[in-house]
Design a protein around this ligand. Structure first.
Ligand code: PKZ
Length: 157
């Protein structure tokens, strides 16, 4: 597993995301890592992120974790495809979410660590499709699929 969290390679101007930006003092600071051919993030939501009942996570938190983990995963997969290393000093590769479909399979328990995993489905040009799974222990509680779009490099003047 890479020692560097994917989000820690975001330059300061792109580090404000509430879900995962290292530069947002109020945010969740999700950290995603490349682990072989998949990505992984671990997060334990605070008890205030309850759904309709106090011991389940609300759906927006689940989608948020997939949102941030999915774009980070897309970036990590693109670095690998380009033969680059995160934090290599060149312009960082960044993706944003164009679409995210989430399927809530089981109630997600609150008060325990959630594990989000990402796998690359396809990477074509600027478009990356990422498969996502969120589990509590052995139970997959939600699955998702993201289309992430790579931000173009600015034109040098
Ligand atoms: C933009 C400035 C951001 C600045 C800040 C950057 C911050 C980087 C750090 C991020 C840190 C963590 C982030 C956490 C995850 C978020 O929360 S990201 C925030 C939520 N997402 C957004 O705000 C994105 C809003 N959408 C957009 O800005 C623009 O629609 C996009 C996604 C950049 C695409 O616009 P574009 O660059 O003009 O590209 P466009 O030519 O429209 O589309 C490219 C291709 O994708 C396809 N496509 C685009 N959208 C869709 C869609 N929804 N469904 C299907 N296909 C689509 C197009 O058809 C096209 O396909 P081809 O013709 O090439 O085959």
């Amino acid at each position: 597993m890479s020692d560097m969290a994917i989000q820690d390679s975001y330059p300061p101007e792109f580090a404000h995301c509430f879900g995962c930006g290292p530069g947002n003092p109020h945010g969740h600071h999700l950290k995603s890592y490349l682990l072989g051919y998949e990505t992984i993030a671990r997060f334990t939501p605070d008890l205030k992120y309850s759904g309709g009942v106090p011991d389940h996570v609300y759906g927006g938190m689940i989608a948020s974790l997939m949102d941030c983990h999915g774009t980070a995963s897309a970036a990590a997969f693109a670095y690998r495809k380009d033969g680059r290393t995160m934090g290599d000093g060149r312009r960082p590769i960044r993706f944003v979410t164009a679409s995210l479909r989430v399927e809530f399979k089981k109630p997600t328990p609150l008060g325990c660590e959630l594990v989000v995993k990402g796998q690359l489905l396809s990477l074509q040009g600027r478009k990356a499709w990422v498969d996502l799974k969120l589990a509590a222990g052995d139970q997959v509680c939600a699955t998702g699929e993201m289309l992430a779009i790579r931000l173009p490099d600015p034109v040098e003047s």
